[in-house]
Structure formats: C-alpha cells, structure tokens
Design a protein around this ligand. Structure first.
Ligand code: NAD
Length: 336
C-alpha cells in the first residue's frame, strides 16, 4: 500500500486527488496552508470530507515553513510526493507577484529538498499550460521550447520545471511535472471562469467575456485529471542509460525526469462553453464583451499523446457533461 504525501489537499485538485487515492486504498497525508486567496470555508469543507476516511491525516502549514514541512515528511515517510499546493491564478499574479515567488519558488524548493532527503520513489509536481506562453504551435506539445512566459505565475511554474530537472539529474530523483489545462468540476475554484459564470448568472450579474469571445480553452474535467495523475504515479521516469541521448533533432534529458500534458486535447470556444452553461441553468447570461486581458493567451490546446503512451489513458469527459456535474454540485452546495 503506497503512502502519498500530497500538498494542497484543501485545494480543488488536491482534494479530488486525495479522495481518489483514498478510495484506491492509499494512505494519504495532506499538507496545506489554508491560504485566504479564496473562501477558506470551502477549503475547510473539502478537508472535513477527507477526514471521514481513517487513512487520511493532514497538517496545516505553509510550504515556506521548511522545518514544519520536513517534520511532517519525515514522520509520515511517504513513498511518493504529489506537490499541488501553490499560489495559483494567472490574473492575481499581476497584483501580488511576491506571493508566487514565496509559495511557488521557495515552497517548491522546500518540497524538493524533503523529497531528496527522504529519497522518495517518485516526486510529481503541478505545472501549467500557461508555461507555453505566446506564439506556441497548436496543439501544445511537451517538446516545445516554452520559453515565453507571460506572467509571473507562469514564470514561477517554468522555474519549478527547471529546478525539478536539476534535482532529478543531481540526486537521481525520479520526477514528473504535470502541465494541467484549465481544470474544472465540482468543488471548483471560485476564481475560475465556470464558477464565476454560474455564480453571476444565478445572481443576475453580468459576466465578463474576454477577447470579445474569441477565446479557446482545453477544459479538463477534474475526475479525468486525477485518474491520469494516479496512473502517472506508477509511470516512474528512468534515467537514460548514458548521458545525453539523441532523440529526433534534439537531446533527451539526462535526468529521470519528464513533463506530461494533462488535457482533454479538445479546444472549446468560450462562447460554446457559455452557451452550455446557459442551457444547463435554463437561464441567459448578461454578456459583457471585453478586450484581451494582460498576460492571458487566446487559446490553449493539449497534445495528450505522451500521457496516452505512458498510461494508456486520456481525458474524455465532454464539457457539457462536466458543466452539468459542476452545476449540480453548486446548486446543492449553495442551495440555489
Ligand atoms: P487551489 O488554489 O484550489 O489549491 C491550492 C492549495 O494550496 C490551496 O488549498 C492553498 O491553501 C494551498 N496553498 C497555497 N499556497 C500555499 C503555501 N504557500 N503553503 C501551503 N499551502 C498553500 O488550486 P488548484 O486549482 O487545486 O491547483 C492545484 C495545482 O494545480 C496548483 O499548483 C496550480 O498552479 C496547478 N494548476 C491548476 C490549474 C487549474 O485549472 N485548476 C491549471 C493549471 C495548473
């Protein structure tokens, strides 16, 4: 039975991953700072649900608190660490960039140090489709250079990838970086589009639609995402037998390290997404068309071939089904 330390278990994705792994018989220890970036009650309720399982325990603490994080890691002695806690959000990084450096750079360094000292079997960490930045060929493929980050959020995640590669190489630490694509579903984040749209429509407020609706996102349903993560836990990367290995026209990394897109490989027009929300709610939105937001990209689209090759699986939930499941949760949770 595998012991997994997950950072960010009170968060949207960490909560779903913990629930999934507990159902599969894993022992899970959560580590979360319960930051107030959004409604802390939502985080407490997610944790309360996880605590119903006796194989779950959690510690409240910041990633920046190296001693606390190490004490938890040493005592729990995980086989695997899945690092999801982060200061997330593209737009907030324009207002408060330092929070991203503290949580995502210093915090991730502390997680890597714990993984190195423990010698875990596999370290898996969250990156984002935002690292693909501007002018990247569609669909986004892991072998792309991805060196044009447009926000400090994306830059800190790209820094995490570089840091992780170095640690994997120097300390023979098998490491997987996930690049997630716009994750949505029940218990979703209040700062993300689906939640904001449903909340505003039901309250009779207008919704902001950026780039005048000419936006595309590869929306990835959270259950599909956590299933992919679970399968990737077993797909431990190995160090190539010798130094740099030619691979097509480039070179494979020397480290036991890989980057994997987790996305639906389906780019959905934002206006179709809004139409589907309206259909499901049986209510029209007041649409406020706006220009492109600084730091945002007009489209994301995952090439999920590597995930399929490694796990035999690829996300498949149709966005209309996923939206319906989110709205069912929202109505039940808020009694609206
Ligand atoms: P979330 O904000 O719901 O969860 C993050 C959790 O981390 C929160 O519970 C928060 O309290 C905790 N946290 C934040 N800073 C911390 C710190 N310094 N110390 C300790 N705990 C801290 O976000 P999420 O949507 O679940 O995202 C999980 C991961 O996936 C993040 O790394 C995020 O950048 C990445 N990601 C998410 C998406 C998405 O669409 N949701 C897309 C791409 C990447």
């Amino acid at each position: 039975m595998t012991r997994v330390l997950i950072t960010g278990t009170a968060g949207f994705i960490g909560f779903h991953l913990a629930k999934y792994l507990l159902a599969e018989g894993f022992h899970v220890h959560g580590y979360d700072g319960m930051t107030d970036y959004y409604d802390v009650t939502l985080k407490q309720k997610r944790h309360a649900m996880l605590f119903q399982n006796e194989r779950f325990a959690a510690t409240e603490g910041l990633l920046e608190n190296e001693e606390r994080l190490w004490a938890v890691a040493e005592e729990f002695a995980p086989d695997v660490i899945v690092h999801l806690a982060a200061q997330a959000g593209v737009r907030y990084s324009l207002e408060n960039p330092r929070a991203y450096l503290d949580s995502n750079v210093i915090g991730t360094f502390n997680v890597m140090e714990a993984a190195r000292k423990l010698g875990v079997n596999h370290l898996l960490m969250a990156s984002t489709s935002s690292v693909y930045g501007a002018n990247t060929e569609m669909p986004f493929t892991e072998t792309e250079k991805a060196d044009t980050q447009l926000t400090i959020y994306a830059a800190t995640k790209k820094a995490n990838e570089s840091m992780a590669h170095a640690y994997a190489h120097l300390y023979d630490l098998p490491t997987t970086m996930f690049r997630f694509f716009t994750v949505y579903g029940p218990w979703g984040r209040p700062d993300l589009a689906l939640y904001k749209f449903v909340d505003a429509i039901l309250d009779g407020r207008s919704i902001d639609i950026y780039n005048h609706g000419d936006m595309y996102r590869d929306f990835t349903y959270v259950d599909d995402l956590v299933r992919a993560i679970r399968l990737l836990i077993d797909a431990v990367p190995e160090r190539p037998a010798e130094g740099l290995v030619p691979d097509g026209d480039s070179l494979s990394p020397v480290a036991p390290y890989r980057v994997v897109n987790i996305g639906n490989s389906d780019k959905v027009r934002l206006l179709d997404f809004v139409d589907a929300i309206e259909d499901c709610l049986g209510q029209k939105a007041q649409r406020n068309y706006m220009g492109m937001q600084t730091g945002d990209v007009p489209a994301t689209w995952a090439n999920a071939e590597l995930l399929k090759t490694l796990t035999g699986y690829r996300p498949q939930t149709d966005f209309r089904d996923g939206i319906a499941r989110f709205i069912a949760w929202y109505r039940d949770y808020y009694q609206k």
